[in-house]
Design a protein around this ligand. Structure first.
Ligand SMILES: Cc1ncc(COP(=O)(O)O)c(C=O)c1O
Length: 359
């Protein structure tokens, strides 16, 4: 094997043996993705997306999402969401979303600040909207005093590690469209959903009428990069202008595009996501019977949510990185990544058991 540190003055400053469960973006880059970046290096290519990799990427995305799909690579997920949502709304528009949606709780107000977008949120038990829940905010059409609900945004898989079924998304889209609203899917973990549902990506997006998608790469093995994927180009227009004015247009776009090619041209997206999901199931199975640990949400993708005594979590955090999801209830979130190993899970579960035993 070649020495990965050869030929550089940079020094490795971290311990690669340290693993955690804080987020799937704590992981590094999948070797096949790194190899793809190297492949695209050398020589000159036209900047700002006029390169051969971005041109080919359109075919790659069409093979997954259908002939009308258009892919617009961007830097990050917040940017993808802000760009996609702006394209769905007039200046007086609003987006209906779950209260727990990333766009509401984890984007620092970027949709509001950068996109000028009003969010109309709904509390949900499991991070999932339904037509009935959407109706809590789908009112006041034509009333100039109310920001006009023009779009619905759902997340698949959700921020709470749950999944929409194909039929649940179909029902949401039908309902939204009946009210004249377009539908955005935050697919930061869309591949985890496809792996878990065992259906093609298009089955719960294009085929059920979703209009636009933020397709995630970073959490599934890319160095960085997400894609705004337009599925309904008749209704979702001008992404290229919105991407530039939202500061999401990469000049060296070939290096984002080639990463998505590595992920999506074969089955790497499914291998990575399926593995992360399997590690979350393994973790759930390993902690389920530990006295005092309660897994509080269905484990349907790559996240496990649990409640255990706060002092135990705090001691555990000195050994492994992870976050409190809810400071009030003491609920914690454990995320698995494409590179989480069975040994990582077993060692973590043993540490949980050990710390519980210490009371
Ligand atoms: C559901 C969801 N959407 C979008 C994002 C994108 O975030 P970022 O802007 O950090 O790439 C994340 C990252 O945590 C996420 O969990």
């Amino acid at each position: 094997m070649t020495d990965p540190t050869a030929g550089t003055d940079a020094v490795r400053r971290h311990d690669p043996a340290v693993r955690g469960f804080a987020s799937d973006n704590y992981a590094g880059v999948h070797p096949e993705v790194l190899a793809a970046i190297a492949l695209a290096n050398d020589g000159h290519q036209v900047a700002y997306g006029e390169d051969d990799y971005t041109a080919h990427l359109q075919d790659v995305f069409r093979s997954h999402f259908g002939e009308k799909a258009e892919a617009y690579p961007v830097f990050n997920g917040t940017g993808a969401n802000v760009v996609a949502l702006q394209a769905l709304l007039p200046r007086w528009g609003a987006v209906i979303a779950a209260e727990s949606a990333h766009i509401n709780v984890d984007e620092g107000g970027a949709p509001e600040k950068m996109g000028g977008i009003k969010l109309l949120t709904v509390p949900t038990p499991d991070g999932k909207l339904t037509p009935e829940l959407i109706d809590q905010q789908a009112w006041g059409f034509g009333d100039e005093h109310r920001a006009q609900p023009c779009a619905v945004s759902i997340t698949q898989s959700t921020e709470l590690g749950t999944l929409y079924t194909v039929e649940e998304i179909r029902a949401i889209v039908e309902h939204a469209h009946q009210h004249g609203m377009l539908v955005h899917v935050d697919g930061s973990r869309l591949a985890n959903a496809a792996a878990s549902l065992g259906v093609p990506l298009r089955a719960f997006t294009t085929d059920v009428g979703v209009d636009v998608l933020s397709f995630g790469g970073t959490k599934n093995g890319l160095l960085f990069g997400e894609c705004v994927v337009v599925l309904n180009p008749e209704k979702v227009r001008n992404i290229k202008f919105l991407r530039k004015t939202s500061m999401q247009l990469a000049s060296k776009m070939r290096f984002v595009s080639v990463q998505f090619e590595a992920l999506l041209a074969g089955d790497l997206y499914l291998r990575n996501a399926g593995h992360a999901n399997a590690m979350a199931s393994r973790l759930e199975a390993a902690v389920r019977d530990i006295d005092g640990v309660t897994v509080v949400r269905p484990v349907q993708a790559n996240a496990v949510f649990a409640i255990l005594p706060r002092e135990v979590s705090e001691r555990l955090q000195k050994r492994y990185r992870f976050y409190f999801w809810n400071e009030h209830t003491g609920e914690v979130r454990w995320m698995c990544a494409f590179d989480t190993t069975e040994a990582d899970i077993d060692a973590f579960a043993a540490a949980i058991s050990e710390e519980m035993g210490r009371g």
